[in-house]
Design a binder for this molecule. Structure first.
Ligand code: ASP
Length: 348
């Protein structure tokens, strides 16, 4: 990991809050050959130090030390990147009581998964803020510089303390559990369906209207291994092909997310495949593909070995399952961690 820093003193000479910036790549660190190119560009090519230097106004906000964890498109993030990111954040917060917080630059495609992973693993009141951009740094009206500035504003604010892992995009502040990318284009591509953003940030300051209320950090003590479990996601549709589900069960995956239609409804073919399966059952969560709203317990869940994913999107249910499998949780322990699931006791 390379280190770079901007000034640690404000113009007046007073000391500024200190932040750690961990760069992982994405469009915020992307560049095209033409300023009008919004789709054809290389993500993850600008180094952490250059990102910082491109926003000199940051010098008035914080003394920032930058490190490069990765420089990839976030679709190419690997478990080892996550492992190193978590280790570095834990270490930095543990050894440096004067560190005000951590800002992470990230590709927007899987940003919400990393945010939720960190929410489940990092137990510290100091802000951890993720930020990305929808337009490459080379674009006319690139959104990265202002997003980065605003992420730093949030990270050094007292309002963000104790709010868990936050995502700052387009002036909105989102909770790690609720936030999701909802559009392929446009700078306002993030939303927190059902709940809305936690707050806003602009030149008037940081405004958090709702407390996140999600400071559950069930895996704060979990040491992440080199080898991660296999936890695929299966996507539901009309007449789905049950061979994917059967292949996963035969392969011995340790966790499985079934993305049902509507409120997490599985097809008869999928239910039959689960009924017919006589081998060991992975931990399985039943999520939904609607993009908002809960999945509650269903009549056949206990028999089929399923738990309802509650408010978690399929991709966030998978992150939770990855950690649950690593921690050796059973179904009942996993159930306690699911946000809003109505399951009758006799179903377990
Ligand atoms: N391709 C990008 C990524 O790394 C998209 C983005 O960052 O907006 O996820």
């Amino acid at each position: 990991m390379s280190g770079a820093s901007v000034s640690s003193l404000s113009k007046s000479g007073s000391s500024l809050p200190r932040l750690l910036l961990l760069a992982t790549g994405g469009t915020i660190a992307g560049r095209a050959s033409d300023v009008t190119s919004l789709n054809h560009y290389s993500a993850g090519v600008i180094a952490a130090e250059e990102l910082l230097q491109s926003v000199p106004q940051l010098r008035g906000l914080a003394a920032i030390e930058a490190e490069q964890i990765a420089n990839v498109d976030s679709a190419d993030l690997q478990f080892d990147h996550w492992r190193r990111l978590v280790a570095r954040i834990r270490e930095a917060l543990a050894v440096d009581p004067d560190l005000a917080g951590v800002v992470i630059t990230h590709g927007t495609n899987t940003l919400e998964e990393t945010a939720w992973l960190l929410q489940l693993l990092i137990d510290d009141p100091r802000p951890v803020v993720l930020v990305g951009a929808m337009r490459p740094a080379s674009a006319l009206s690139a959104d990265g510089p202002l997003n980065l500035f605003q992420a730093v504003q949030v990270a050094v604010s007292s309002e963000a303390r104790g709010q868990g892992v936050l995502v700052v995009m387009d002036g909105q502040i989102h909770d790690a559990r609720d936030v999701t990318k909802v559009a392929t284009q446009g700078v306002g591509a993030f939303a927190s369906p059902g709940r809305g953003p936690l707050g806003w940030v602009d030149d008037a300051g940081v405004y958090l209207s709702t407390a996140s209320g999600t400071r559950q950090v069930p895996f704060a003590e979990l040491a992440l291994p080199q080898q991660w479990p296999q936890v695929p996601i299966i996507y539901g549709c009309a007449e789905p092909e049950p061979l994917i589900l059967t292949a996963c069960l035969k392969a011995g995956v340790q966790g499985l997310v079934l993305t049902g239609t509507g409120a997490g409804q599985l097809s008869v073919g999928e239910r039959r495949a689960l009924e017919a399966w006589t081998g060991p059952r992975p931990l399985m969560l039943r999520a939904n593909r609607c993009g908002s709203g809960p999945v509650h317990g269903g009549e056949q869940d206990a028999e089929l070995g399923l738990l309802p994913a509650g408010l978690l999107s399929p991709q966030k249910a998978r992150v939770l399952l990855l950690l649950a499998v690593m921690a050796g949780l059973d179904q009942e322990q996993l159930l306690q961690l699911l946000p809003i699931t109505l399951v009758q006791d006799e179903q377990l």
